[in-house]
Design a protein around this ligand. Sequence first.
Ligand code: CA
Ligand code: CA
Length: 357
Amino acid sequence: MIREDSILYMHQGGESFQPTIVNVSNTSVNKADNDMAWIPGGTFSMGGVNPAGMTDGGMEAMDDARPVHRVLVDGFYMDKTEVTNAQFAKFVKATGYITVAEQKPTAEEFPGVPAEDLVAGSVVFTPPNQKVPLDDISQWWSYKKGADWRHPLGPGSDLKGKENFPVVQVAWEDAAAYAKWAGKRLPTEAEWEFAARGGKAGELYPWGNQLKQDGRWMANTFQGSFPNQDNAEDGETGLGPVKKYPANAYGLYDMAGNAWEWCADWYRNDYYNSFNPTVVARNPKGPADSYDPQEPGQKKKVQRGGSFLCTDQYCTRYMVGSRGKGEYRSATNHVGFRCVQDTKQSNQTKQVTQKSL
Ligand SMILES: [Ca+2]
Ligand SMILES: [Ca+2]
């Protein structure tokens, strides 16, 4: 995206975005756990507008990310990277935890499914050999028996040499279980977006308004022809190692692309309509229930940041204000997570205005 496009984008959305006001905190930014970054929290404009120069942000309009509204989040620590296979393996070794994808589905949860089809497995991206219509996701997603976090692409795949790749094939409850074990928790959607914006206001990406900076790719997304041909101009086909691309202003890596990240909140497409536009929402924790008109029967949690499959041809959800969602008991090979941690100090009432756009 070129600078002129960014200005068009801001012209359409700019009035919605007010400056970010970052909390002034007494909390030390230094922490023994060097894998986490201090996110000071503050008041910011949350949401997204349709980017000009693209057709409704790829294939799907971003109606669910509007209206843009003011939100205050308290400070917290956040994992600098997506939780890696090595980290998740430690958790499993310590606890014997068995993920959802490793468990045989029950007839109670999937009534009407023939008994022989109730086998442990998960959903895997399986690109077709030729271009296909983009209105049928079954052309590139398939349920694979035996796919789980240790075998993210199904039997025959493994984690050799991928210790520092994000763990994937984890359902929301797997992510939540890991977080609890680690003494952490999953971020709220508001915390995630505040952190991704890095103190800036209304920008398209965690690093600014241009997809590439000085010709350099800033995230692992999808180039080429979706879904059949990934050209990997960004240097990665499929999932890649964490920390390959530059961190944002808060020291967070891969807040756009690589693996989607589970958030604590339930997903509702109309949630942003529930905010009073004249009141700053304090530490919102999501709606009480889930609703996605595209799949009204499913209970979904919020996912953020997009993945190695996101592209302006289909899904530009690597844009920082945009939202994703997934059935909370389902796992795929492009969804992972990162955790946050609270601080005991809560004296974060003083705020300072950050330089805005
Ligand atoms: Ca890529
Ligand atoms: Ca990510």
